[in-house]
Design a protein around this ligand. Sequence first.
Ligand code: UD1
Length: 340
Amino acid sequence: MKILVTGGTGFIGSHTVVELQQKGFDVVVVDNFSNSNPEVLDNIEKISGIRPEFEAFDLIDQTRTSAFFKKHYELQGVIHFAAFKAVGESVQKPLTYYRNNLQSLMNILDGMRENNIPNLVFSSSCTVYGQPDDLPVKETSPIKKAWSPYGNTKQISEDIITDTITAYVGIRAIALRYFNPIGAHDSALIGELPLGVPNNLMPFITQTAIGLRPQLSVFGSDYNTHDGTAIRDYIHVVDLAQAHVVAVERMIGKISEKSFEVFNLGTGNGLSVLDVINSFEKTSGQKLNYILVDRRPGDVEQVWADTSFANEVLGWKAVKTVDEMTSSAWNWEQALSKRK
Ligand code: UD1
């Protein structure tokens, strides 16, 4: 059973490739290394003992994508990760984000349609909920106007998928709305590889601890939360990757009659920025240099998932603790610095 993983050398993609291989799937990866590098393929092979089939090209190239699908008509499913994901950058370069994230999805859907490839798992995000009126947030919670072009590409992508599968019977899709994936594989061979200065909290913490950044700024300490810092639902990337395998198995096994399903992927627990820092300091034994500064524009105060739908319907549950998230992220950062 062969699955295409787009963005398979990226952070979540690489972990998902390993989990798929360990479940016996054949995997073909497409990536243009825009936010990763070829060494990730070597490290996937070190973990699983299998080198995934690989093609390097940009999925916004329609001719190339169409030729790829023609060649791989036997695919049973596609897990589509390849996308730009920096919220701030998307505000600076909206057209780059819309073009990249939407054109690649449309090319993939065309390829699936033309070659009768039935199953799509799409990387969506909790960003589609904005600041929800009620917490925890359910899949049925209202979709709010997106706060950034990046968030808007996720909303529009879900619409493109639903319209496409309505028009073309034969394609089914699952959208997985991620909360905040952090951590790394236990082997410390794969993890997050931010380009330049990280935007996200966890890589900024580990890069500060290892001396690549002088100080972490904690954005906002006057939120209406238990310690004043913003709350998110952090989830271990390996738990998240495993949910993709379950989603693929659900579609291939035709366990559901529905042609489109949406699941929240989180732990169901909200943690503040200071909770994550405290866990990091405990598991690493490092004192982190941080200061409290103003809120970051565009940040919501708090969001965490109601995961009961994914738990019951997918039979999947995130099991790793925040200490496992921070310790694995720290092991990965240290391993990375030794390899440089
Ligand atoms: C955002 C997006 C999410 C996207 C993710 C990946 C929203 C609501 N969320 O998550 O959809 O998938 O980025 O790029 O748009 N923080 C600091 N200091 C830092 C960095 C972060 O205090 O140096 C704080 C933030 O203010 C926030 C928390 O840490 O409260 C998490 O931030 P981050 O890791 O950037 O993720 P989100 O913004 O939640």
